[in-house]
Write a protein that binds this ligand. Sequence first.
Ligand SMILES: Cc1cc2nc3c(=O)[nH]c(=O)nc-3n(C[C@H](O)[C@H](O)[C@H](O)COP(=O)(O)OP(=O)(O)OC[C@H]3O[C@@H](n4cnc5c(N)ncnc54)[C@H](O)[C@@H]3O)c2cc1C
Length: 396
Amino acid sequence: MTKTAVTYSFRESLSMPHQELQKRAQQFAEEVLMPYELQCEENNGLDRESLQTINQAVMDWGFNAINHSKEDGGQGLTIFEQMIVNEQLGKVTNAIWDTVFQPAFPMQFGTKQQKEEYLIPTNQGKRRDAYAITEEKAGSDPQQCLTRADRVDGGYRINGEKWFVTVGDVADYLLVHAHVDGKPELATVFFVDKDLPGVKVKRTPLYTHNFVYEHPEFIFEDVFVDDSKVLGQVGEGYDLTKDWFVEARLGIAARCIGAAIRATETANDFAANRTQFGKSIRDFQAIEFKLADMAVDIMAAKSMLYRVCWDISESKDRKVNHARAAALKLYCSEMAGRVCDEAVQILGGRGYMRENPVERLWRDVRVDRIWEGTSEIQRVIIGGQIKKRGLGLYVD
Ligand SMILES: Cc1cc2nc3c(=O)[nH]c(=O)nc-3n(C[C@H](O)[C@H](O)[C@H](O)COP(=O)(O)OP(=O)(O)OC[C@H]3O[C@@H](n4cnc5c(N)ncnc54)[C@H](O)[C@@H]3O)c2cc1C
């Protein structure tokens, strides 16, 4: 009788090159990024020197622009491979994973000149982008965007305001979503250099997490950009932004798995070693059942993530990918919220200390149910897809 190989872990079912990629990403997260966590927590960010050291390490380890082609100076990883890396990066607190820059995916549709000026130097760690869609009155409903780009001789004059611009403090240019001549049907994405006259930071609010970068609000007052600064076509803004959402949502889902795994590993170790009432707390069924539920939650989310990312790596159907990425983002972000919360509970008072990674992960993953489309908006997308295409997309 031939013995069939039995795989005991997700890792063992990966190909050798994928196992190696995973190992390298894990090593990078643990050896390069995690040592900065407490510094980042205490200072709500990292100093310039530390950021430069990390930037160099990202380049040296070959983790720069994993989401862009080699031709454009990136690493050319498939969606599945990007997921392998992002899962490991998600274990790092304070969003230090964001130093492992993955420049906005829609820039791949830029012109040769735009690639030379923006994409290639960004992929090589010399420039940094930030994506600006949200406004005071345009959140879940970006059609309410009031930022306008009025056509003038040789280009456009941009006026408006953008909120929550992640990495806006260190980025040197922004991808700004604006309505040409105030018309939503002419939504367009523009490259806007931050040092242009009329670009101002309005405010830099504080948030629940102590993130490695800031999320400032920007004002644009009569900012002139010439015709060459349009990304893609005039009127293509929503399609490009949707592409960005798909990639960003897959990244969130993968990082949520990493965060949940680290929180569960920490809770499991603690439960084994903490003694109360004369026995290890893991021997109380109340704690053991929590660990069981956390493991199953991760397993379900991870199975979904690996399957869908594998399919998306093979599929070029933008609409199907958008529909499935919404389901992944929804499920994985809600799972991470549940699991990190239980991890805090298992650690008791220690779980509430900021010096403890589970406390930071618990705070960090809260935003994953809000940004790149709230959980409610993911359900709106999924519900709409079911109505339009039937359940098959999700259940067949
Ligand atoms: C830390 C952080 C970083 C961010 N980074 C960026 C960035 O880099 N670039 C960027 O452009 N944006 C960014 N955002 C903005 C983020 O994407 C928005 O906050 C998010 O899309 C929700 O918009 P809103 O905050 O205006 O909430 P609203 O749209 O006002 O929603 C408020 C509530 O109403 C619910 N709701 C709204 N519409 C519906 C509906 N149709 N059905 C059911 N419920 C609904 C929402 O789910 C939510 O619970 C960031 C946000 C945060 C917090």
